[in-house]
Design a protein around this ligand. Structure first.
Ligand code: G6P
Ligand code: MG
Length: 216
């Protein structure tokens, strides 16, 4: 057993119910281009950057685009996504999010965000949870996309905590892999069958307690 001093949270699909909006916006783009993809395919998009997601989607559709077109398409998707989250409220926080953040704060455990999203700050502000974070690492600050551990290693460094004393909370396969590659423990939010490699999988943060962190 080791002592956990920090929790690093993914955002979309862990704290806030935004994963569904990413999925809807990407699907709309694919449909406009003349094809579709499934919810199972969508698992592969979770946790990876906007441009990498688009490149994967274009591959699925067998479509080739120039880098200028790729830039325009990713902008189009982001405009739709921003429309979808324009009125997002604290009530779109996922069950247990705010309570677990508060519990960590009360116990002096450091909190960081480790998200691939370039829209992370907007969402933290709209849902009123930004003040919980001691460090925020988002898609504007990283070079390598999950499953590379960069986003979480920067988070641990900003908190001044060793990776071995960090727990990552993730809903994406790429994010679980990133945490393990960074030598951190990882709790999966979602389906055990999908997030096989996580140290523990729970359906939502409502099932989490501080005691579980140290027993990983
Ligand atoms: C997160 C989500 C992905 C999303 C990515 C980039 O990792 O899980 O679905 O594509 O962030 O988000 P952004 O808001 O920058 O387009
Ligand atoms: Mg996520």
């Amino acid at each position: 057993m080791r002592e956990i001093n920090a929790c690093l949270f993914d955002l979309d699909g862990v704290l806030v119910d935004t994963a569904i909006y990413h999925y809807k916006a990407w699907r709309r783009l694919a449909n406009e281009l003349g094809f579709d993809f499934t919810e199972k395919d969508n698992e592969k998009l979770k946790g990876i950057s906007r441009i990498q997601s688009l490149k994967l989607i274009l591959e699925w559709g067998g479509i080739k685009k120039t880098s200028k077109e790729i830039e325009e398409l990713s902008q189009k998707k982001n405009d739709w996504y921003l429309e979808m989250i324009a009125d997002i409220q604290p009530n779109e926080l996922l069950p247990g999010s705010r309570e677990f953040l508060q519990e960590l704060k009360d116990h002096g455990i450091k909190i960081a965000l480790g998200s691939a999203s370039k829209n992370a700050i907007i969402i933290l502000d709209k849902t009123n949870i930004r003040h919980f974070f001691d460090a925020i690492v988002d898609g504007n600050m990283v070079q390598a996309s999950k499953p590379d551990p960069e986003v979480f290693l920067i988070g641990a460094k900003l908190l001044n905590i060793q990776p071995q004393q960090c727990v990552v909370i993730e809903d994406a396969v790429a994010g679980v892999e990133a945490a393990l590659a960074g030598n951190m423990k990882v709790i999966g939010i979602g389906d055990k069958g999908v997030l096989k490699e996580a140290n523990l999988v729970v359906a939502s943060l409502a099932e989490m307690s501080i005691d579980q962190l140290n027993s990983l």
